[in-house]
Design a protein around this ligand. Structure first.
Ligand code: HEM
Length: 147
């Protein structure tokens, strides 16, 4: 069960973090060079179909994995416990990801044009950095930095 959960969590990470790195490093420079919101919208529309389910899988598998390392929810917000700190970091990264994603979805994307492409670019870069920090925090669990 643990092996399967970790496999699903790592697979989800390859889609979420991998997809955002491709968006930031390959798609975004082209969008900004050609000042083309269309290129971005095409990628976002296609990627979202697999990206959003991957994020949902990450949250569900992640919470089960977190419960496995600390099977007492009342201890999850204990800043003096290093394992809780790892879980707090993951939940904090998740909250920040939601804030940027919701702001992009409801404020930036509905009016996406050549004029606010830079605003959207900063949202994409922020979510990409957060996605890499998710992986780093996960690896920190793996190599025992929180134990
Ligand atoms: C997009 C979001 C996420 C990504 C990309 C991500 C990525 C990863 C990666 C790459 C690992 C290392 C797997 C390994 O040991 O080889 C990991 C482990 C872990 N993640 Fe996540 N994660 C995400 C969200 C979450 C969330 C929301 C939680 C829950 C609070 C969470 C909890 C954990 C835990 C507890 C581990 C350690 C598992 C163990 O070693 O037993 N993750 N994560």
């Amino acid at each position: 069960m643990y092996g399967l959960l970790l496999f699903i969590h790592i697979l989800g990470a390859t889609i979420w973090t991998g997809g955002h790195i491709i968006l930031s490093v390959v798609i975004l420079p082209k969008v900004l060079r050609q000042r083309s919101p269309e290129i971005l919208l095409t990628f976002e529309t296609d990627y979202e179909k697999i990206g959003m389910p991957a994020l949902v899988v990450q949250i569900i598998a992640g919470i089960i994995l977190a419960y496995r390392v600390l099977p007492d929810l009342s201890k999850w917000m204990n800043f003096s416990n290093p394992v809780s700190l790892g879980i707090i970091l993951k939940l904090g990264l998740l909250l920040l990801t939601f804030v940027f994603a919701l702001d992009a979805k409801f404020r930036v994307l509905p009016h996406l044009s050549e004029d606010n492409l830079k605003d959207m670019a900063w949202h994409i870069i922020a979510v990409t950095i957060l996605s890499v920090l998710f992986v780093l925090t996960g690896v920190a669990f793996r190599v025992g930095w929180f134990y």
